[in-house]
Design a protein around this ligand. Sequence first.
Ligand code: ADP
Length: 554
Amino acid sequence: MLGLMQDQPLLISSVLEHALQAHPQSQIASRTGEESTHHCSYADIGRRAKQLANALTTLGVQPGDRIATLAWNGYRHMEMYFGVSGMGAVLHTINPRLFPEQIEFIANHAEDQYLFFDLSFATLVEQLAPRMKSVKAFIALTDRSRMPVIGVPNLLCYEELIQEQSEQFIWPILDERVASSLCYTSGTTGNPKGVLYSHRSSILHSLALCTQDGFGLSSADSALLVVPMFHVNAWGMPYAAAMCGAKLVLPGAQLDGQSLYQLMDDEGVTLALGVPTVWMALQQFVEAHALNPAMDLQLNRVVIGGAAAPRTVVETFERRFDARVLHAWGMTEMSPLGTVCHLLPKHRDATLEERLDLQASQGRSLFGVSMKIIDTTGAELPRDGKASGHLLVKGPWIASQYYRAEGGPILDDAGWFDTGDIASIDPDNYLHITDRAKDVIKSGGEWISSIDLENAAMGHAAVAEAAVIGIPHPKWQERPLLVVVLKPGKIASKEELLSFLEARVAKWWLPDNVVFVEALPHTATGKLQKIKLREQFQDYYTALSGSPKKHIQS
Ligand code: ADP
């Protein structure tokens, strides 16, 4: 017997329509680089998203066509999130920090029909335009007075494109399973692969973000998206914010500590989301200028994800900002949210130290994400917080295959997706990511967690950032090497750092050596680029039996 409830597809356009009805005056603040902070409302976004949908229709855009963006977080990008997907086309957000060859590959692979870009990417577009074969026109996200002078023949102006269009547009009733947006993974190995989100997956994922055990997003929030709209739909926040009427604060290209601090202060930010490297820079700015964020700001939650949240970063937010950290884990293939770290009633009396230990965990899975860990034979491991194995996930906002089936099947026979992470799960369902399978250090038949070692090293007052990599070793297969960036003006010797670690990790985990560098390499999404480090130092321990390489100073 079927239920007798209304059958309405879950569509991104319905989120916008709800925003227009329920909270049209909630704000979107953005820094576009064109003027001081631009403010508009969901009503403005809705009106202009409809104009955009009409403009795209005039340009001949068909359902399913890919419309690309090379853009920072800003209100015009937000209009595209709703206008493009709402009309049935697919918003393809390209990460501008990728190598130009990768961008070219991605745009051609996706067969993008139009490309919308922010002014800061004008030169990049000029360079790539002749090689983007399917793109019919390039649209600068600006007005006529600021149009870039570049050698691109089919160049259009966004404001001109939409200004003559009607503000009325009837959103099509789509099958909720059709594609809404496309995002390529950074492709640390091989070519980038496209993850194709659907209206249904995006809506279900956004509902989960709004729950209290998700990000607890509500109309009372002013949410700063440091996480870029060109990567995994800014963790789904543009949809979730429109759903509940949260104010959105979009920082544009200025992601340095000072700019973010100012924006948080100006826009009454209560919730901020980003990767650890961004927060390290903000905290260093606060430290260097002896600021008092707990007094200045209204920040009460910070979501840290994309890489493990270092304990010191969590502690600084708690102590200096009086803000609670929500440590979250996920990946592009998971829309991205899988787990969020909240405490349970039994932790109510935990001391700050105990709480910080708990927050090192990536947290508990939300409804919609099933997870399990398996050993190398495929047997499921116990959820006892001790056994650690390959982490598999399943759920309605997790990819079933890559765009154009690139790389072949990605699910096992029972529909599980291998995340590529090594993890343990405890009896309370807390996930602890040990490492990426490719980053875990295999020493004498045992595993050493590079994440835990990095976390411990970053607890030292002189350390700005730390990376630990497994380096081939003649006796132990691999041994950890600690690569450190010191804070400006601070000093620490190798011996001091090793004895600091000795008190915090098992003795056999101790790195065999420490290397000091000026800066660490990061990926396009702000994560440590360990592949590069491993290449740089691959024969470090084998060379030590002879003489260390000249470029290595230890
Ligand atoms: P890309 O695939 O482009 O590098 P993703 O955002 O998809 O970017 O990366 C997902 C991976 O990032 C996860 O599989 C995991 O290894 C790592 N990751 C994400 N969040 C965390 C976290 N909180 N702690 C540890 N690792 C994390």
